[in-house]
Design a protein around this ligand. Sequence first.
Ligand code: SAM
Length: 280
Amino acid sequence: MDLWFTENHTEHVKFSMKVKSHLFSAESEYQKIDVIDTYEFGKVLVIDGYLMVTEKDEFIYHEMITHVAMAVNPNIKNVLVIGGGDGGAVRELTRYSSIEKIDMVEIDDVVVKAAKKYLDFTANRLDDERVTLHIEDGIKFVKGKKGLYDLIIVDSTDPIGPGEGLFTTKFYRDCYKILTEKGILINQNESPYYADTAEQMIKATKKLKNVFPIVEVFQCHLPTYASGHWILGFSSKAFHPTHGFDGERWEQIGLETKYYNTNVHLGSFALPTYVNKMLE
Ligand code: SAM
């Protein structure tokens, strides 16, 4: 009998992948966590029935959520990752010797433990000496602190459950304060294609524009996320992500990547007309 994992991308659209085996399942105090092994996408992390990370396409997301900011500001030293329990964002950040400190604030220890056990391809750099793991709510962690980080990456679940508060103006204001004077915030900013994620994308971008002077969004093409067209937010106090961008400087670092490059960097901010209209 065939086993399939199916995620509802909308009420009328399902996305299914054939499962080899169901490796892990647990209910934490926050969410249900599963790890499955699939024929097409390898190992897959699922939270509350939503696909989070797959072995085959995670590089697209984790390269874009990290390298765009790192290429804009070569002086990023202190980084805060909120969420990102699979470790993929941290893995990409640890490739920069220029980074001195990475605080990862993940609310659910069960996700981290499952990632370390089953998702070595994303969790394999969580033991880097520069990484400090805080098992707590990112909303609380940023409250009342000032000028500590050059970069914040909000690698959150969707704005439901524990992730909801990571899409609020209050949270973005606290992020603004905890960032240094040239700080950059990158956030998982949903998608323009289906109605519910488009609404979330529009709302989050509007809130960010009320807090940061420079707010742009950029895109990547991720086969396993709803519609495959995914949006990330770039909010900044000082740097524009493309105006005067010096790709050469990033290329000289010599990092091997599979998706990000400095042309993709510039191209990812060139949005389809319907998306620009949504964000006007
Ligand atoms: N890249 C995936 C995506 O776009 O859906 C998400 C990666 S990661 C699995 C998302 C993480 O955010 C989860 O591990 C979840 O526990 C964590 N999370 C949700 N709300 C949080 C909060 N308030 N503070 C810290 N971490 C949170």
